[in-house]
Design a protein around this ligand. Sequence first.
Ligand SMILES: [Zn+2]
Ligand SMILES: [Zn+2]
Length: 257
Amino acid sequence: MILYGDYHTHTVYSHGSGTVEENATAAMEKGLKQIGISDHGFSHPFYGLKKKKLPFLREDCARAEDKTGVRVLVGIESNFIKSDGSCDLTEDYYDKFDIFLAGAHVFAGYKDFSSFWNMGVLFPLASSFRREINGKAKAKMTEVYINAVRRLPIDVITHLDFRVFANVKEVAACCREYGTYIEINTKKAHMTDEQWKEVADTGVNFVIGSDAHSPDRVADAHSAFDLMDRLGIEPERVHNVNRLPDFRFAKYKGVKL
Ligand SMILES: [Zn+2]
Ligand SMILES: [Zn+2]
């Protein structure tokens, strides 16, 4: 199995330690054809990508691509900010990005109380104390994921169920219907094999993402390959292994990556 692209990497534009060029160089050294620079969404108060820095990010990506020969995609790991599935990457910024990743994060700039309470307080606390959560809150979070995937051309759901609680099977079934990938994140190992089995049984497709916050972790796919072996997930289902993904966002915008 050969990894062709890593679409979830962070840089100094959010809270990664490497520059765009350092991540791209690591990608080149590891034999990737593509890398995504997907820093945290705008609404995150501590390490969100700053809108005024966007032109520099785009310039850095173009320069790193020239230098390394690796296709460097301008991405974002957007935050869910509202119960209706709204993300902090809004349509007026779509032309500035190549790929659209989305995930639930603590401290994102939530736009309604329910999102603040569930994603900002209740879920992080419960997961810190390893407590299960009541069905109602879990159903609400499941709805956030599903609303987002239905409404927005999201390419990848990052670290599904991490520090939140959702019905992973329902989210995966929705992703399958809309052509959004579920990420096998190699930095976070929070989901059980039973959960992964439920997700895989929906027929959804996957991408592996390193969630690298330093260049040395770019293209780290080991734990994802182990998971695939263990659960019998065929490489054909993982669209950045032995091939390049069909990204929904590019299709939505009518552009070729
Ligand atoms: Zn994340
Ligand atoms: Zn991340």
